[in-house]
Design a protein around this ligand. Sequence first.
Ligand SMILES: Nc1ncnc2c1ncn2[C@@H]1O[C@H](COP(=O)(O)OP(=O)(O)OP(=O)(O)O)[C@@H](O)[C@H]1O
Ligand SMILES: [Mg+2]
Length: 236
Amino acid sequence: MLVLEDLYLGYGPVDVIKGISLEVTPGEVVCILGGNGSGKSTILKAVAGFLTPQSGEVRYEGRVVNDVPAHRRWHEGLVYIPQDRRLFGRKTVYENLELGCLSRGEPRAQVKGRIEEMLEHFPVLREKSRLKALTLSGGEQQTLALARALMGSPRLILLDEPSAGLAPVWIERLFEVMQRVIAELALTVIIVEQNIHVGLDFAERGFVIQNGVIALEESSATLRGSEDLIRSYLGG
Ligand SMILES: Nc1ncnc2c1ncn2[C@@H]1O[C@H](COP(=O)(O)OP(=O)(O)OP(=O)(O)O)[C@@H](O)[C@H]1O
Ligand SMILES: [Mg+2]
């Protein structure tokens, strides 16, 4: 589904990611763990097409996409939910959902049907569908960001720290509904987390990034037994 091969990423002369390789197979949910500024978002941006690699390859569904712009990747089912969610705060929940797929040129009736599906999946959004997005709580906004991303019919979804800034009760609620929807739609997921427990409970496999390389790559079950080690990587 996705292959990163000897990828070097950075901004100007500064290397952030120094040669990482990894593969994600269809239907897999994998987690990237790493400390502040370790380059987690940088990796997702390169996969989504917002950052051109300095060298190495990003292959999506068997094709090198290094030079494919972000909007084309989105059309091909590669959807990124950034850390800051990027909702349209002054538009309503409903309008935000509409904007999740209007640019694909789907007929209006079909869009309406898809929104209805999302409101079925996420009842909290139905209650608030006529409210402006900026009036929602952090957890509701993250739910909306997920629902809007799903409007684009993704095959591979990139989640950048969905738990950040949320109260524990909201994290639990959000991840429960995400798990259900992801299984139902058979999505492939790369999630970035700083919260080790949240990340490993959600994903089947994890990668730990430190100093621009993959320091550890194991099943979540195995990584759960190495928490102190992971913590030392995340802190260092
Ligand atoms: N647009 C940019 N221009 C220059 N440097 C950047 C830019 N974006 C990120 N960086 C730098 O690249 C490094 C990695 O940033 P990145 O955002 O990928 O880290 P992260 O692991 O996602 O961190 P966080 O957990 O804080 O979100 C940091 O040192 C950051 O300062
Ligand atoms: Mg980040």
